[in-house]
Design a protein around this ligand. Structure first.
Ligand code: OSB
Ligand code: MG
Length: 369
């Protein structure tokens, strides 16, 4: 296909409740959508990172420059644009997986729509609905946390993830276990907040029978995570440290993780995310689909991925209402603890023009052929 135009739509959507992690507090989903226009149709995607480089090194303003000045010129120089040809064409640009993922996903959406094929079918999905977990931020008090968890369980979420940091770890986990029991599927996410010197402290979490502890140590410290795993019975899960399928294979081989958080954006898109799933699944390592507080545009393709066979743990694929009073797509609604896998062509959703207009802060053109 031929690339005709690429539009960037900056959006700001208020979160229903502030989301606090060890790296910061978010009150608004502030990012951009990509809208790709080709000779065979159009595609949409959402950039997953934030305005500040706190979760990872990428950020909104930087990604716009990378897309405009480095990625789109290389893509447009191809004799013909295909999803499969995109990553090789961009490979000389180092890093910037989240920016590359946004571009690849919009092109993939356009290409699949031109065939009338849903993303879930293309990826090899084996389910038409996926169980939903919820990621619960750090709160001002344990009482507030218990209220939130109780509300999410009433709504039907089948797994709870608690954000932790030094000073907010053993106590909230103990309180949730005491209140909701030992059977509740429960896990924690430190977002790199600890060091190996905290190993003895983190061992105190072992008694709570957690599904996993996510990214306890520094990003990319595979050696440290392997040393930590030796000392913990809780399975270590990596998020920030895994950038592609090769990292994932290395981490598994060195026992730096026993579970994998697959975020398509973090690994450069859905094609590489499927490879991450494949290497983990081949080794018998469970994977689950992470989230980045996406709008419906980012959530829809994550649900397609989460329907692959190796996704044996519930993901951070929560309903639209967990994040927003109003989404920019038709909302994803929790039913018996599950979300439906979109069945329409491509990513299966589009922005609702009226909602998009209200949440748009700036539009621009990144490419015109
Ligand atoms: O580490 O998984 C993370 C949100 C933003 C950035 C990083 C993370 C998260 C979450 C929330 O945990 C996942 C979600 O509900 O989308
Ligand atoms: Mg995480």
């Amino acid at each position: 296909m031929k690339l005709e135009r690429v539009e960037i739509v900056h959006v700001a959507i208020p979160l229903v409740t502030p989301f606090r992690t060890s790296f910061g507090t978010m009150t608004t989903k502030d990012t951009f959508l990509l809208h790709v226009v080709t000779d065979v149709g159009e595609g949409w995607s959402e950039f997953a990172a934030d305005p500040e480089p706190l979760y990872c090194s990428e950020f909104v303003a930087g990604a716009e420059i990378v897309l405009r000045d480095f990625l789109l010129p290389r893509l447009a120089a191809l004799p013909t644009v295909t999803t499969a040809g995109l990553a090789p064409a961009l490979a000389k640009v180092k890093g910037h997986e989240l920016a590359k993922a946004a571009l690849e996903t919009a092109v993939l959406d356009a290409e699949l729509r031109s065939y009338g094929m849903p993303l879930a079918v293309y990826l090899g999905a084996v389910r038409d609905r996926v169980p939903a977990g919820v990621s619960v931020g750090i709160k001002g008090s344990v009482a507030e946390l218990l209220d939130d968890v109780s509300r999410y369980l009433d709504e039907g979420y089948v797994r709870i993830k608690l954000k932790i940091e030094p000073g907010w770890d053993v106590e909230p986990v103990r309180a949730v276990r005491e209140r909701f029991g030992g059977e509740l599927p429960l896990q924690v996410d430190a977002n790199t907040a600890y060091t190996l010197a905290d190993a003895e402290h983190l061992r105190r979490l072992d008694e709570f029978g957690l599904l996993l502890i996510e990214e306890p140590l520094e990003e990319n410290n595979l050696y440290g995570h392997a040393r930590l795993q030796e000392r913990l019975s809780t399975p270590v899960c990596l998020d920030e440290s895994l950038h592609n399928a090769r990292d994932t294979a290395s981490a598994i081989a060195m026992d730096a993780c026993r579970v994998v958080n697959v975020k398509p954006a973090r690994v450069g898109g859905y094609l590489e995310a499927r490879r991450v799933h494949d290497v983990a699944h081949a080794q018998g390592v469970p994977v689950w689909c992470g989230g980045m507080l996406e709008t419906g545009i980012g959530r829809a393709p994550n649900l397609a991925l989460a329907a692959l066979p190796g996704f044996s743990l519930p993901g951070d694929t929560s309903a639209s209402s967990r994040y927003f009073a109003e989404d920019i797509t038709e909302p994803f609604v929790l039913e018996e603890g599950h979300l439906p896998v979109p069945g329409g062509p491509g990513i299966g959703v589009e922005p609702l023009p009226e909602a998009l207009r209200r949440f748009t802060v700036r539009r621009g053109e990144l490419y015109r052929g």
